[in-house]
Structure formats: structure tokens, C-alpha cells
Ligand binder design. Structure first.
Ligand code: NAI
Ligand code: SOE
Length: 370
């Protein structure tokens, strides 16, 4: 049995998700043959890290993320902090020869991402970027149906990620609303997930034409008073893929009533696929050549990707937790057994290039190469 000792930097929403997944992995993947250990955790303060260590089950706490990375008893560094810290932390982890599991978006700029990718290559460490939604079994199944070939040529991709947690103009600012800590707003935070769907399902994007809007220019801040918002709130974008398909991406945190409406519809010559994360245990497939050329619902279950590791009956239901388990399972196998894994840092560079092209296009109001 191989062992992988994890060091987490960050113990918030993603700290919880990653720790829970690691702890549950031996229950659902007894065949993994890798012992995953929660070795040490660092956060923005020692007190936060101590509470997390107790809650999540870490053996030890580090006061400073740099000393966590320097520890000899850490094999994988999981970077689970606000976006502006990803670059510096990933460079340090690569320099120390640690494998890196990094939350999205990869970093603040394409140049930062390229530097991170080069550093990981030079150090010979494995990397993975946490665009976890592509590991939803229904999405993996969608890709498998595309690979079967019968759908024919792809024509149109419509991708969306709609939330409403900022629709209230008095919702307070947090790090996701400042350019200095988030890089971009809705675009990098959730639009990046849709770009990942587009890459995973249809391949390279050649060019984009986009609009960005900021709807609420200032919000209540923690310390009282109001703080300016300098990131985008809404993204509307048209795409052209290298394979000739065209498409659109919409992302917003201002769609009243939409909680986590992440999804896509793809139209092909011979049929269509549709996925809606709020019904993540279903995939809709239309075979337009059949006698009933309507969407049929496939209920994901044990016969679908990773399904046998979870529940014995279709439609019993998997959630965000199981998707994070699949993600960390795949990364652990990549590190322990040298298996291929995507999205890695090279895929992250591709993703960030599309985000940068969207920003550039929105700035000059014309098509921009991705
Ligand atoms: P959060 O605000 O809940 O937690 C951030 C953590 O980083 C906190 O524990 C904080 O103590 C720590 N931290 C902040 N500054 C630090 C520093 N200088 N040194 C060490 N630790 C520091 O944020 P959340 O939601 O967990 O987001 C973290 C990352 O994960 C972001 O990049 C975000 O975009 C991404 N994310 C990804 C999701 C996904 O579905 N893949 C979902 C939510 C977030
Ligand atoms: C907030 O918009 C957020 O937590 C994003 O940061 C995640 O990436 C998304 O998956 C859920 O919503």
C-alpha cells in the first residue's frame, strides 16, 4: 500500500470539502491501494488552523504555510486559499518537490499560470486543478456518449453558470469581490467552470466575443462603511471552437432564483446532450435519428462511471461530496501510479487564456483570439 501525506493550506469551504473526501475515500474506494493521510494544515491564523485540525482530523498544525510546504513528511500540497495566493504557494510547493492539488481558478493572470506550469514541469511534480464538476458522473458519461461518435459533428454549445447570492445589493463584500484577491469576479469564480466544460466536452476554443458588467459598484464592508467592487458581476460570451462548433457561455451571481444552475446543452448533427447540475444525477440524451427524437433522461447509477463505488440503485443520488471524492481519487492514482490526470496545470493555462480573452474582448468590444 502506497502512502500520500497531504498538507492543506486553507481550511474554509474547500478545506472542509477536501478533508471530508479524503476521509471517506477508503470507504467507497477500498481498491484505491493508496493510504491518504491528513498530515498538517495551515490557514490564515494558527487559531483557525487548530480548529480545522481538530474538526477535519489533521495530525498537526503549521502556523505558516511556508513551513508546511518545507516539511519532509508532506507529499501533496492542497492549495485551498483565495485566488491571489495560488501563484506564490504553487511556486513554493513545486520548488520543494511537492505534488500540487490546486483549487480554481488557477491564478490571477496567464503569465502567472505559465510560470506555475513551467515550475511544476521543471520540478517533475504532478498537478491537478480542481474543476471538479467535470467529474460529475453524468458529465463523464456525456463525454463517453460524445466519444461513441454517433452524435456526429458538434454544432452548438450553450453553457451557463447562474447563481443569485449577490443579487441582494446589501450582501457584504468578501474576498471574491475584490480584484486584488479574486483576480476577476463571476468570470474566474464560476465562468471558469463552464470554460472547463467546454474544453472537456468539445476541445479548444479559438476565439471569443464577450460583454462583462458590474451591477453593484459598492457594498457594505466588514468594518462598517462601504467598499468599492472592482470585478465583473455578469459575463455573456460567444465562442468559436477549433472544431468549427460555435457556442455561448453565460455566468452570473445575479440571477434571482438561480442557486447553482450550472449546465450545458450541446447540439450535434444527430442529436443533443443536456446537463443541469441541480439535477446532477441525470443526463438528457436525444437521438434525433430514432423513432422518438426527444430527450430521454438517463438516471445515473452503478453502471455509469464511478457509480459502482457509491450506491447500489440508480437515482439514489450523488452530490458535491462524491464528486470531490472522485477528483481526489483520480489525483491520488496519478501521483501514486503515474496515471494521466486532467485538468492539470497545462489545462489551467488554457482555461486562463480563455478568461483573459473574454476580458480583452469585453474591453474592446470585438472578437479576441483565445
Ligand atoms: P474560504 O474563504 O472559505 O477559505 C479560504 C481559506 O484560506 C481560509 O481557511 C483562510 O484561513 C485561508 N487563508 C487565507 N489567507 C491565507 C494565507 N495567507 N495563508 C494561509 N491560509 C490562508 O474560501 P473557499 O471558498 O474555500 O475558496 C478557496 C479556493 O477554492 C478559491 O480559489 C475558490 O475559488 C475555490 N473554490 C472552489 C470550489 C469548487 O467547486 N472547485 C468551490 C469553492 C471555492
Ligand atoms: C461561489 O460562487 C462558489 O463557491 C464558487 O467559488 C465555486 O467555484 C462554485 O463551484 C460554487 O460557488
Amino acid at each position: 500500500m502506497k502512502t500520500l501525506r497531504f498538507g492543506f493550506i486553507g481550511a474554509g469551504f474547500m478545506g472542509k470539502a477536501h478533508a471530508q473526501a479524503i476521509r471517506a475515500l477508503p470507504i467507497c474506494f477500498p481498491d484505491l491501494e493508496v493510504d491518504l493521510q491528513l498530515q498538517a494544515v495551515a490557514a490564515s491564523s494558527a487559531a483557525t488552523a487548530k480548529v480545522a485540525a481538530r474538526r477535519f482530523g489533521f495530525a498537526e498544525v503549521e502556523e505558516d504555510w511556508r513551513t508546511l510546504i518545507a516539511r519532509e513528511d508532506i507529499d501533496v500540497v492542497s492549495i485551498l486559499t483565495p485566488n491571489h495566493l495560488h501563484h506564490e504557494m504553487a511556486l513554493a510547493a513545486a520548488a520543494a518537490g511537492k505534488h500540487i492539488l490546486l483549487e480554481k481558478p488557477m491564478a490571477m493572470t496567464v503569465a502567472q499560470c505559465e510560470e506555475m506550469e513551467a515550475a511544476a514541469q521543471k520540478a517533475g511534480v504532478r498537478t491537478m486543478l480542481c474543476f471538479n464538476y467535470r467529474r460529475t458522473p453524468a458529465v463523464i458519461h456525456a463525454r463517453a456518449v460524445i466519444d461513441q461518435g454517433w452524435l456526429g459533428r458538434p454544432r452548438a454549445f450553450r453553457g451557463r453558470y447562474l447563481q443569485d447570492w449577490l443579487a441582494d445589493p446589501d450582501a457584504p463584500v468578501n474576498w471574491r469581490l475584490a480584484g486584488s484577491s479574486a483576480g476577476s469576479g463571476t468570470l474566474g469564480d464560476i465562468g471558469s467552470h463552464v470554460v472547463d466544460f467546454a474544453h472537456y466536452l468539445l476541445g479548444d476554443i479559438d476565439r471569443v466575443s464577450a460583454m462583462l458588467r458590474t451591477w453593484v459598484a459598492e457594498r457594505p464592508s466588514d468594518g462598517g462603511g462601504r467598499q468599492a467592487v472592482d470585478v465583473d458581476d455578469e459575463v455573456m460570451c460567444m465562442l468559436e471552437f477549433a472544431n468549427g462548433a460555435i457556442g455561448s457561455i453565460e455566468a452570473t451571481r445575479f440571477a434571482p432564483g438561480r442557486k447553482n444552475d450550472l449546465g450545458f446543452e450541446i447540439n450535434f448533427e444527430n442529436g443533443s446532450l443536456a446537463f443541469d447540475y441541480e439535477r446532477m444525477n441525470e443526463l438528457k440524451v436525444c437521438d434525433f435519428r430514432s423513432d422518438e427524437p426527444d430527450f430521454k433522461t438517463i438516471h445515473l447509477g452503478p453502471r455509469h462511471p464511478y457509480g459502482a463505488h457509491f450506491w447500489p440503485i440508480p437515482a439514489l443520488g450523488m452530490g458535491y461530496h462524491e464528486v470531490k471524492m472522485i477528483e481526489i481519487h483520480d489525483f491520488a492514482r496519478a501521483v501514486a501510479f503515474g496515471e494521466a490526470v486532467h485538468p492539470d496545470f497545462a489545462d489551467g493555462v488554457r482555461n486562463q487564456k480563455v478568461l483573459a480573452a473574454i476580458q480583452a474582448s469585453a474591453g474592446h468590444g470585438a472578437w479576441h483570439a483565445a
